[in-house]
Design a protein around this ligand. Sequence first.
Ligand code: ZN
Length: 113
Amino acid sequence: MMIKEKKQKKEPENKTAGTRGEKKLKGNQKIALERIYRLFELAQGNEEYSKRYLQLAKRIGEKCRVSVPKELKEKYCKKCFSLKITQKKEEPFLVVKCNECGFTKKFGVLEKK
Ligand SMILES: [Zn+2]
């Protein structure tokens, strides 16, 4: 009996073990991030569906393990997904208050020096 050698597809062995490069985004994460930005644009242009768009953006982020960029987080209420917020600068924080549910969130702005 002849046993033919099957050519097995070798899986790439260069698994980056131990290195949790959070800044290195995988292909689908890049797309997810683009989608989040896109949905945000849509939300800003459409008041009626803005909350739905923002919820969707958040869900995409959760699915692909991408966090919503900080610059976007400052623009909506994470509790009720409303875009109706007021930003107030209280050094060294940026205080974001939701005009709909009254939820407030502080953002530190000390990162850049
Ligand atoms: Zn709110």
